[in-house]
Design a protein around this ligand. Structure first.
Ligand code: COA
Length: 382
């Protein structure tokens, strides 16, 4: 029985374009000093017009699969945690499944705002623990830049785009994701919200179109109340999950929190009575990337040598819903070396998967045209 879900691969993708605080100060009445002092953010990445939440997620997942040395055809489950899907359906996860050519995978999106990655990690862990799947790709991916009012200085300085992914694999060896706590409080729903289009009472005007041509509303936030909520729940959820895992804070080598704001983490560190060095932070360069922020920070922590085999790491997320969640993970992998030839071969495989997918789409169209020659064909979404 493969009861334990081990993280065996990780990967990240950040759009090339960065926007600094100085650039934002040309857009709204703000300054680098104000933003950095209140949030710890210096710059963030913004997706190009041809990038979507799904393409970002694909890039991160492909990198994670490479490290895991798992072929997409072996993947059994894909979960994308996101608040910025291009479509309510098809899910972003289905698009990723298609881009990867993961022909045997179930795929769905999960909505839990900035706690989404930890929620998704738990869903995948449980699927592995019950034996329903042997492996899973868990992704956090966001294009927050498309749901921001770029004239609102209280929110537009906070967020950024990006994606991070992990590959989980079942094993009978104890370790991996050891304990998780998921919590929510819908009474605080109005403190941080992103209305869906169909809920928009305002007639659609040019401003409601995102750069990829889809209609979206924008983030609404009560900054002070969210700040208070976040500082409280980080400490309580870390303590709750440690209790569940029968560990103490001294057993923990690194805490990777949702990267919302340095001040929030400093306040939480004080509450937990741990030094700031126990937290990994990269909010300075990425801003708040919502569900993507924990796996993005994980990638940087591994790169910086902050995680070694047998380390205990805590992921802690918090955000809209309100939701909050924490996981304790035993880190037990050293990445295998990947040769250049290997990388190129994998890139070719993804191109072939996309080719096969296109062929299937055409095949469906031809079959439909033969079956109903007079019917007007609706163009595929893509
Ligand atoms: N630049 C300059 N001034 C700004 C500004 C900006 N980008 N944004 C707001 N201000 C102004 C406000 O208009 C206000 O001005 P006023 O006093 O003249 O009315 C002043 O700064 C103070 O605003 P306030 O909202 O009280 O600031 P704050 O100290 O609470 O800091 C946040 C604002 C957003 C940085 C802070 O509340 C916060 O970090 N909240 C949590 C946000 C978060 O992490 N959300 C995601 C969670 S997942």
């Amino acid at each position: 029985m493969m009861r334990y879900a081990h993280i065996v691969g990780w990967g990240c993708y950040l759009p090339e374009r960065t926007v600094t605080n100085a650039e934002l100060s040309q857009l709204v009445d703000t300054s680098d000093e104000w933003i950095y002092q209140r949030t710890g953010i210096r710059s963030r990445h913004i997706a190009a017009t041809n990038e979507t939440t799904a393409t970002l997620a694909f890039e991160a997942a492909a990198r994670a699969l490479k490290i895991a040395d798992l072929h997409p055809s072996q993947v059994e489950l894909i979960i994308v945690a996101t608040s910025t899907p291009e479509y309510m359906f098809p899910s972003t996860a289905c698009k990723v499944q298609d881009y990867l050519g993961a022909g045997r995978a179930g795929a769905f999106d999960l909505s839990a705002a900035c706690s989404g990655f930890v929620y998704a990690l738990q869903m995948a862990t449980q699927s592995i623990a019950t034996g329903s799947v042997r492996n899973a790709v868990v992704i956090g991916s966001e294009t927050m830049s498309r749901v921001i009012d770029w004239q609102d200085r209280s929110t537009c300085v906070l967020f950024g785009d990006g994606a991070g992914a992990v590959v989980l694999k079942g094993s009978s060896i104890p370790g991996g994701v050891m304990a998780t706590t998921l919590r929510s409080d819908g009474s605080g729903a109005d403190l941080l919200s992103l209305p869906a289009l169909y809920h928009n009472p305002v007639p659609i005007s040019g401003a409601e179109f995102s750069s990829n041509g889809h209609h979206k509303n924008i983030i609404d936030m009560d900054g002070r109340q969210v700040y208070r909520f976040a500082t409280n729940v980080i400490a309580t959820s870390v303590m709750d999950v440690l209790k569940q895992a029968e560990l103490t804070i001294d057993d923990i080598d690194l805490i990777i929190p949702h990267q919302a704001n340095t001040r929030i983490i400093e306040a939480a560190a004080k509450k937990l009575k741990v030094p700031m060095e126990k937290f990994y932070l990269n909010v300075e360069n990425n801003g708040n990337t919502s569900a993507a922020s924990i796996p993005l920070a994980l990638c940087d922590a591994v790169r910086d040598g902050r995680l070694r085999p047998d380390d205990n790491v805590v992921f802690v997320g918090f955000g809209g819903g309100l939701t909050w969640a924490a996981s304790v993970v035993k880190w037990d992998v050293t990445p295998p070396p990947v040769s250049f030839g290997d990388q190129e071969w994998k890139r070719i495989r993804y191109m072939m998967a996309r080719g096969r997918s296109r062929m299937r789409r055409w095949q469906r169209r031809v079959e439909a045209a033969i079956a109903h020659p007079s019917a007007r064909r609706k163009d595929d979404i893509d």
